[in-house]
Design a protein around this ligand. Structure first.
Ligand code: ADP
Ligand code: MG
Ligand code: ZN
Length: 558
């Protein structure tokens, strides 16, 4: 079997040798066993079922979630002279019947079907009549109800095992956090399947996460500076942002095409084809784009909005650099992203248990965005792999500075509390900076003790502080109005029982902080009669329980 497999790899597919664990997986499935394959995007999962399909008598049935994906694969197989076909909604009744008949006549080696088609009585009868040589369930994470690509029809696939227990099954995915893995195993009844977990490391991809200030301008600068004329993908959270960003890039001389679920099918297909065939196209897309796209020379994947989960982020960035050449994963994120995503979870209609999963997934993503450690270490750690610092991510290349943000954090938290825990970040920052906006005037009686206590940081500095406080769980967003609220975790910080270091402010702002510390402390209304606040906070932080020394703006001092 081993030599046969290698022969097929070389003679039919034209590759020299198996990659990673492909040979083991092929042997397992060709020999009639079940397998669960976790391999990063671009790792070469297709061959893991295509070669067994050629080695076993009969025809393999491949379940695939996307029409475009099926068509690409079948076309590729035809070019290699392999008898393959697909059954999906693009075929009319007559064409579909022809495919079914050639399946029954034993003329096919691989038949691709959509899950909803497979589960029809008609198709199941076909399988009773002519058993498949194996079932391959591609993109198996689609069975995960809490994942980003959930397809309800995938749940029904557990029936394959019940109805056809002797047909080997192979499930494949590039999404492999422990929770999703467990869900795939139980939902697809793969408890007895051999698991093949590859390393998820993509050493040629450089991860970089920057603070958002003007995402589009930052993106344009990044592309112009590092990826002039390269193919890339830009992910946005909403259709509107896709349209606007594609238009913005085009207006600035970059060939950018939009892609999202609201675009007419022909135009979408046309844009995808151009992206695959032409050089240097930038696809601006929602996450609707990319699954199964096999374009080897995508040089960068940029996110201008924070993804909802780390596994989603990793799968999307994994579309860069399949050819193994250096590539960039670039993400710009800011306070609004955190606010918006937290709010989406809380105000969304999901049941509580699911909300908790959504929160956990977002928190993992936030952890990656805020880490001062090696990004790759954090990513691989999330997938259960140990790694050493990679030397090829932003944090490894330029270790981020941190600063003692204890005082700033206490001011921010106090201000959130004093303003009634119902305002968004903009108003809280206005109060910290002592800006007399209409809103501030209207609510001044609430804000008086925290008004203007934060002049030592510029607005961007406070945005960074609030963002990190949210990401770290000291703050949360209110379910009803989306305003900022304290969490129980804020208490020890406010009581002076803990110190907090945050990711560095840009150089300019740090200078300003030091310079302005004294000046701003002197101008604080709350401590005008006393020694300067900053000095006092420093000297008495651990003794803050002492009422006498507590500045008026601080809360939780009892
Ligand atoms: P995945 O489904 O894991 O994302 P694919 O099956 O689409 O990945 O394969 C990605 C690319 O790697 C394809 O271009 C494929 O032809 C190539 N590939 C797979 N296995 C090998 C191999 N053993 N040697 C060389 N190229 C390979
Ligand atoms: Mg694939
Ligand atoms: Zn690193």
């Amino acid at each position: 079997m081993q030599t046969q497999a290698l022969e097929v790899l070389q003679k039919v597919f034209g590759y020299e040798q198996f990659r990673g664990r492909q040979a083991e997986i092929v042997a397992q499935v060709a020999g009639g066993g079940d397998a669960l394959v976790l391999m990063p995007t671009g790792g070469g999962k297709s061959l893991c079922f295509q070669i067994p399909a050629l080695l076993r008598p009969g025809c393999a049935v491949v379940i695939s979630p996307l029409i475009a994906l099926m068509q690409d694969q079948v076309e590729g197989l035809h070019q290699l002279g392999i008898a393959a076909a697909f059954l999906n909604s693009t075929l009319d009744a007559h064409a579909a019947r022809e495919v079914e008949q050639s399946y029954m006549r034993g003329e096919l080696k691989l038949l691709y079907v959509a899950p909803e088609r497979l589960l029809t009585p008609r198709f199941l009868a076909l399988l009773e009549h002519t058993p498949a040589s194996l079932f391959a369930i591609d993109e198996a994470h689609c069975v995960s109800q809490w994942g980003h690509d959930f397809r309800p029809e995938y749940i029904g696939l557990s029936l394959l095992h019940e109805r056809f227990p002797s047909v080997p099954r192979i499930a494949l995915t590039a999404t492999a956090d422990a929770a999703t893995r467990r869900e795939i195993v139980t939902r697809l009844a793969l408890e007895n399947a051999a698991q093949f977990v590859s390393s998820f490391d993509r050493p040629n991809i450089r991860y970089r996460i920057i603070e958002k200030d003007n995402a589009r301008k930052q993106l344009l600068a990044f592309i112009e500076r590092e990826h002039h004329g390269d193919a890339g993908i830009v992910y946005c959270l909403s259709r509107k942002r896709v349209e606007e960003t594609a238009a913005f890039l085009s207006a600035n001389g970059i060939t950018a095409l939009p892609y999202h679920a609201g675009i007419a099918a022909e135009i979408k297909a046309g844009n995808q084809t151009r992206f695959l065939r032409e050089d240097g196209i930038v696809m601006v897309a929602t996450i609707a784009f990319g699954m199964g796209i096999d374009k080897p020379d995508v040089r960068f994947v940029a996110h201008i909005d924070l993804p909802k989960s780390l596994e989603g982020y990793y799968q999307e960035t994994g579309r860069a650099g399949r050819d193994g050449l250096p590539s960039n994963a670039w993400l710009a994120y800011g306070l609004n992203d955190v606010m918006q995503l937290k709010e989406m979870i809380e105000s969304g209609g999901s049941p509580d248990a699911q909300k908790q999963v959504e929160r956990d997934k977002l928190n993992a993503m936030l952890g990656l965005a805020e880490t001062v450690a090696c990004r790759r270490q954090v990513i691989l750690g999330y997938f259960g792999e140990n790694a050493v610092p990679c030397g090829n991510c932003d944090n490894c290349l330029v270790p981020p500075t941190t600063w003692d943000a204890t005082d700033a954090a206490r001011k921010a938290l106090s201000c959130v509390f004093r303003t009634g825990q119902r305002f968004g970040a903009g108003h809280v920052i206005d109060v910290l900076l002592g800006k007399t906006t209409e809103k501030v005037k209207q609510h001044f009686h609430h804000t008086v003790t925290t008004f203007g206590i934060g002049k030592e940081l510029p607005e961007a500095g406070w945005r960074s502080v609030l963002r990190q406080l949210l990401a770290a769980g000291f703050l949360q967003t209110d379910t009803e109005f989306g305003g900022l609220q304290l969490t129980p975790a804020a208490r020890p910080l406010l009581k002076g029982e803990m110190q907090l270091r945050l990711r560095g402010l840009p150089e300019k702002q740090r200078d300003k902080t030091d310079r302005d510390k004294k000046r701003s402390a002197a101008s604080l209304d709350i401590a005008a009669t006393d020694e300067p606040l900053w000095q006092r906070l420093r000297s008495t932080r651990r003794a803050l329980a002492d009422e006498q020394s507590v500045p008026a703006y601080l809360i939780f001092t009892d």
